[in-house]
Design a protein around this ligand. Structure first.
Ligand code: ARG
Length: 467
């Protein structure tokens, strides 16, 4: 990127102040990433120019030229014709410099009553709101896929795990709906961050406000902001909403990473609970039999950079005196990278859930060849009047015996149970995986009828999110 066509008077060149030696330029330049803000930057400039025309701060004739020029610049950028120049440092200077080329001296009026400090804060707030809406939609799409799969597996039984040890039987739909809950909280958080970002800083100027009769409410309306910032010094240096976005994204990535980890384990030969679709796996270059769960692994892996960006920005802002400091320019790469990562990860997870094939027989077998009914057998004794702790010991001894004899509970006769406690009677033989899940008939429990209700409620929530 070079400044081949800076065709205007040097003294009016907005970039002249920002120009330094090659190294300095290289170190301070941000246009190679902040060009992503061009839509927001231009929309903000157009609104600002219009407002100045309405308020009589800038002549209407100049305002119209400015707006036409900005619209043309937007078109140049969209069509790839725009020449980005790194010696013009950032998005703002690139746009303004091009405006000079296109409309001449009228361009000089655009930066009246504003500073890059309130400008960049406005741009990133608009951008953050936009990606929050996208992340929200991606969460909802994933939730929808989870519900769809859950609906088909209300009666599919598998072991539920604690400590990755088989614990109690659950239905697959219940397991999937646990993730529905996580992504529901994530969606809510993205909506909250959008609200936090929905405050307009323009009019704060460099930091103290501006000495012109501007109309901040009008611009806020024009740019669709709900409110205007209350303190100019805070407004130009506040990046809380970005930290909040990184934090919401970090939690979403943590959830995605957990889901990925389960999909990886479940698709292993050892578990064999699911098969991921070819689209989301890849072969090994040397082991012909392999289907590697690359997407799930990459989601799990990319979680690190998102956590890192949050830590990085928190660290960047922690020692900053009021007001704007150039350190704040460091907010953007992490923000952009995180938005890309979290949205692509959510969408990949949606694809994986949509395309995976469940193996209910393997799941059922894993539950059968285990001691997941131990709690239910102890509960059976409790219903006969045995204190739970005593029942626990009896069943614990019984399962130890089974392990050393290499038999499952399912293979035991009544007499085997009675050796553990004489309170066992024929009813114990009726305890099955099905009866165990059906017995957890409490709100939030795994009983199929409860899970069916949870799914119906989830569908209502999704319908609402659509509105
Ligand atoms: N590129 C800068 C940033 O991202 C824009 C604001 C620059 N302001 C200044 N006073 N140098 O923060």
């Amino acid at each position: 990127m070079t400044n081949q066509n800076a065709g205007h008077n040097e003294t009016k060149d907005p970039a002249s102040a920002a120009r330094g030696s090659e190294l300095a330029n290289d170190f301070t330049v941000s246009v190679h990433y902040d060009h992503r803000l061009y839509r927001e930057d231009i929309a903000g400039s157009i609104a600002h120019a219009r407002m100045m025309g309405r308020q009589g701060i800038v002549d209407k004739h100049d305002v119209n030229k400015i707006i036409d020029g900005l619209v043309e610049i937007a078109e140049e950028i969209e069509s790839g014709k725009f020449k980005w120049k790194s010696d013009l440092e950032d998005i703002h200077m690139n746009v303004e410099s091009r405006l000079f080329e296109l409309i001449g001296d009228s361009a000089g009026h655009l930066h009246t009553a504003r500073s890059r400090n309130d400008q960049i804060a406005t741009d990133t707030r608009l951008w953050t709101q936009k990606v929050c809406a996208q992340a929200f939609q991606s969460c909802v799409a994933l939730q929808r896929e989870l519900v769809k799969l859950a609906e088909n597996h209300i009666d599919t039984i598998l072991p539920g795990y604690t400590h990755l040890q088989r614990g109690q039987p659950v239905v697959l739909a219940h397991h999937l709906m646990a993730y529905f809950e996580m992504f529901d909280r994530d969606a809510t958080r993205f909506a909250q961050v959008a609200e936090a970002a929905d405050v307009m800083p323009l009019g704060s100027g460099a930091m103290a406000g501006v000495p012109y009769p501007i109309d901040r409410d009008w611009i806020a309306d024009e740019l669709d902001f709900q409110e205007i910032s209350r303190n100019s010094m805070d407004a130009v240096s506040d990046r809380d909403y970005i930290v909040e976005f990184l934090s919401a994204s970090s939690l979403a990535m943590a959830h995605l990473s957990r889901l990925s980890e389960e999909l990886i384990i479940w698709s292993s030969d050892e578990f064999g609970f699911i098969k991921l679709s070819d689209e989301f796996t890849s072969g090994s270059s040397i082991m012909p039999q392999k289907r590697n769960p690359d997407f799930a692994e990459l989601i799990r892996g990319k979680t690190g950079r998102v956590f890192g960006s949050m830590m990085s920005l928190l660290t960047t802002i922690k020692g900053l005196p009021l007001t704007y400091n150039r350190d704040l320019q460091e907010d953007k790469e992490g923000l952009f990278d995180t938005a890309d990562t979290v949205i692509k990860s959510l969408d990949s997870a949606t694809g994986m859930i949509a395309g995976m094939v469940v193996n209910p027989e393997r799941m059922y077998k894993a539950a059968t060849n285990s001691f997941v009914l131990a709690t239910d057998i102890a509960d059976y004794l409790v219903r006969k009047g045995v204190p739970f702790r005593e029942a626990y010991i009896a069943v614990s001894n019984l399962s130890k015996q089974c392990i050393s004899d290499d038999v499952g509970f399912g293979e035991l006769e009544l007499s085997d149970f009675q050796r553990a406690s004489d309170l066992f009677d024929n009813g114990v033989m009726d305890i099955t995986l099905e009866s165990a899940v059906a017995a957890r008939d409490v709100p939030g429990g795994t009983a199929p009828n409860r899970v069916r209700e949870a799914i119906a409620e989830a569908k209502r929530m999704l319908a609402e999110a659509e509105e």
